[in-house]
Write a protein that binds this ligand. Structure first.
Ligand code: PEP
Ligand code: MG
Length: 761
């Protein structure tokens, strides 16, 4: 044990070679036993009841592994967990806490050293080494184990094994809220072929493979059309747009070229498809922005669809008299389309986020969904499931009382849906007459129609990054005009706030990565990047102005502005663009110009900008991140992030006061706009324009129409005097409950907090 760092590095390297999480933990215990020359190394993992599962062991009886569960607080392992302190003993058996488990056959071992694995302040497991000899482990050995346990805790906390184990305890499975609502039905497992499991293989006949590829594309396009009809005919027009992202990828010359190149270079068709799909999916997966990151799942979906069609497999039609809950690693639109109308109660995905297309689709269809549960091992077809899409929980084979509780919640939910339908065409106005404008956020063409159908009064934020990301080079002016015009036209007569390219930091372009930055969040991003690449900005601004010709509903929004010089530079560029287009014969109206308030430094500069801008939009995601110095996408600190934080609320009040003094219209387009608690506080503080994802609009409108402004004002003034975000949140929540708005948080007494932390959309 002389070279601890060397040992650690060796173990970390070995573990990195394993692909499956279970192989990783097996390698960990083996490498530790070899490295420390001990007879036993075991890893215990805690579940939601505090039991410790023997997850992996080198040295204890093989039959005990993944079968022994130590009750909470029991034995030496329990002592390590409850004390959060190493226990190092020469003779384990003589310790009063010793707890003998016959299956492990550990009576042969005397020396014992156990250390806790702690993640975000909680004990998630225990690492133990044991030796035949009666001897205490040295200080150096103990220190090594403590260091290793800190590394292991990170590995385990982010591993599906941990979620699997936590989810095995009591039939209550935790995931992420994908779409709100409660569904009760019988499970139907969706098990489709996995493209990512396909290996490369030589292509026997290139010409034939290319022909097969084109036939396959035609067949899958036709399949998508049929599924689209099957869904939209019966359910909702709003879903139609969602299919366009699939169709877009299947028509994208860069993607098609990638597959063809793979075939020509000698890979067989499924291998070439996998390579192309993985390439594009990885581009998106690497992005930190959760909205853009979630797009990798869409690409994976379409890849699986191509692969299953190539294998001649289609989603089997579901014949059932009962209500169905679709469960699988990912659920494709084909699987949803295969369920008879009205029979789909809910969706449960082992993978995915609240922003994946399955979640978007579920939202559009009004079907509750829970995402990212990890594999549910104990599940088979026809198990009774309660799916609570509000709290992101799934209850497996629930008892009578729980079922009764959820049936009652289901009734409440139906009441809410009815309320929402009735107010679709009505304005968002408080019971005492304060009117709030509700806009939608969009980024994909596929997002356009849900906004309109949910009553959006315009687009508060159009993220232009996506047309740039799905190409292999910067899109031309013509290409951009075409994309922007579709959005502007769809919202004719209503304002569309189009943001200039906001890349860098968490959003990267595959063909122009901004690399080697020590601190990308503070680096070359947003307006800083585009002003330095003014040729790109000029093309984009020209395209935006051309796209609005005859429609005149364009409003240009600038991201990440932090200084007056940046604003001046952009205004000069805008003047140039207008002059150029006029000299080319276009009659151009100067579009309204606004800035996002995302950088704290922008707040104090609003007075300097009053004569230079027409409006302001608060980007509460970045503003909260920079004010709190917290990256909510970093799992180590995400739990500390809450935008209902006194520091954020006080700064928003400052923004509202300053903009009111200078007569600048202000809106908010971050995640706060769809969090009911935050909305009450924002309205109370004086904000009157909110922009959110389309599916959130009806609930927020119902909330606004159900409360008096005076209550919101009282709650926000109380909140500004409170030091704890959790207290602020719970005070507003209880006020909303007292006002009879519990359906906004609809969850069982035993359920968790509604998933109000989606992505930026
Ligand atoms: C924000 O920061 O709140 C925002 C809406 O922008 P982004 O696209 O960075 O989420
Ligand atoms: Mg932002």
């Amino acid at each position: 044990m002389t070279d601890v760092i060397h040992q650690l590095a060796r173990i970390v390297q070995t573990v990195a070679l394993a692909e499956q999480p279970i192989d990783q933990v097996n390698l960990v215990v083996e490498s530790i036993s070899t490295g420390m020359a001990v007879d036993v190394c075991s890893l215990y993992l805690a579940n939601s009841r505090g039991e410790m599962l023997l997850l992996a062991s080198h040295g204890l009886a093989a039959g005990a592994v993944r079968s022994v569960r130590i009750p909470p607080g029991k034995g030496l392992v329990g002592l390590v967990a409850t004390s959060r302190h190493p226990v190092n003993l020469a003779d384990a058996e003589s310790h009063p806490a010793f707890y003998y488990i016959a299956e492990t056959e550990e009576e042969r071992f005397h020396g014992f050293c156990g250390v806790p694995l702690v993640h975000t302040g909680k004990v998630i497991g225990v690492l133990v080494v044991q030796g035949r000899e009666s001897r205490q482990f040295s200080e150096e050995e103990q220190g090594f184990l403590v260091t290793l346990a800190a590394h292991l805790a990170l590995l385990l906390a982010n591993s599906p094994l941990a979620r699997d184990e936590i989810n095995q305890g009591n039939g209550r499975i935790s995931g992420i809220s994908g779409a709100p609502g409660i569904g009760i039905g019988l499970s139907r497992l969706c098990d489709h072929g996995e493209l990512y499991a396909v290996a490369n293989a030589p292509c026997e006949d290139v010409a034939e493979a290319l022909r097969d590829w084109h036939d396959l594309l035609a067949a899958v396009r036709h399949e998508i059309e049929q599924e689209q009809q099957a869904i939209t005919a019966d359910l909702s027009d709003s879903v139609a747009g969602i299919f366009s992202a699939y169709t877009m990828l299947l028509a994208d010359p860069v993607f098609l070229g990638h597959v063809e190149k793979g075939i020509i270079e000698g890979n067989w068709l499924p291998g070439a498809i996998r390579q192309a799909i993985q390439h594009f999916a990885e581009l998106f997966r690497a992005m930190d922005d959760p909205y853009l990151q979630a797009r990798h799942e869409d690409i994976h979906h379409i890849g699986n669809k191509l692969y299953n069609s190539w294998r001649g497999k289609r989603a089997p039609a579901v014949h059932t008299d009962g209500r169905v809950v679709l469960v699988g690693a990912q659920i494709s639109v084909s699987e949803i389309a295969a369920v008879p109308t009205g029979m789909l109660e809910a969706i449960v995905c082992f993978e995915g986020s609240s922003l994946s297309h399955t979640a978007v689709l579920a939202n559009a269809l009004g079907v509750p969904a829970v995402m990212g549960t990890g594999v549910i091992r104990s599940l088979s077809n026809d198990c009774l499931l309660i799916v609570d899409g509000n709290s992101g929980q799934v209850m497996l084979n629930p008892g009578e009382s729980l079922l009764a509780e959820y049936r009652k919640l289901e009734d409440d939910q139906r009441f809410l849906v009815k309320q929402l339908e009735q107010i679709r065409e009505l304005p968002a106005v408080t019971t005492d007459g304060a009117e709030v404008t509700l806009y939608t956020n969009t980024g994909l063409l596929a997002d356009i129609s849900p906004g309109l159908l949910n009553g959006a009064q315009g687009v508060g934020l159009y993220r232009t990054e996506i047309p740039f990301m799905i190409r292999s080079s910067f899109p031309s002016e013509e290409e951009q005009v075409e994309v922007y015009r579709q959005v502007l036209k769809a919202y004719q007569g209503k304002p569309v706030h189009m943001r200039t390219l906001d890349i860098g930091g968490d959003k990267q372009l595959p063909y122009f990565p901004v690399e080697n930055e020590e601190n990308p969040a503070l680096g070359w991003r947003g307006i800083r990047f585009t002003l330095d690449n003014s040729q790109l900005l000029m093309t984009q601004v020209r395209a935006m102005i051309r796209a609005t010709e005859g429609l005149d509903n364009l409003r240009i929004l600038l991201p990440m502005v932090s200084s007056t010089g940046e604003l001046d530079d952009f205004r000069n560029l805008l003047d140039d663009a207008i002059a150029q287009l006029q000299s080319e014969g276009m009659s151009v109206k100067r579009p309204a110009l606004g800035v996002m308030i995302e950088v704290p430094a922008a707040i104090s500069q609003i007075p300097f900008w009053a004569d230079k801008i027409d409006f302001i939009s608060i980007g509460s995601n970045d503003l909260s991140q920079y004010l709190l110095a917290l990256d909510r996408n970093n799992p180590r600190v995400a739990a500390r992030y809450d935008h209902v934080h006194p520091a954020v609320l006080l700064e928003i009040r400052r923004i509202l006061q300053t903009t009111a003094e200078h007569g600048i219209p202000v809106s908010l387009c971050g995640e706060m706009a769809s969090d009911p608690v935050a909305v009450v506080l924002l309205i109370g503080l004086g904000l009157r324009t909110l922009s959110m994802s389309a599916t959130k609009i009806p609930r927020i409108k119902w909330l606004i129409r159900s409360i008096p402004l005076s209550t919101a004002q009282q709650l926000s003034s109380d909140a500004l005097k409170c030091g704890y975000p959790a207290d602020i949140r719970s005070r507003v929540e209880s006020a909303l409950h007292m006002a009879g708005l519990q359906e906004l948080f609809n969850r069982s007494a035993a359920g968790g907090r509604a998933g109000q932390r989606g992505g930026p959309n």
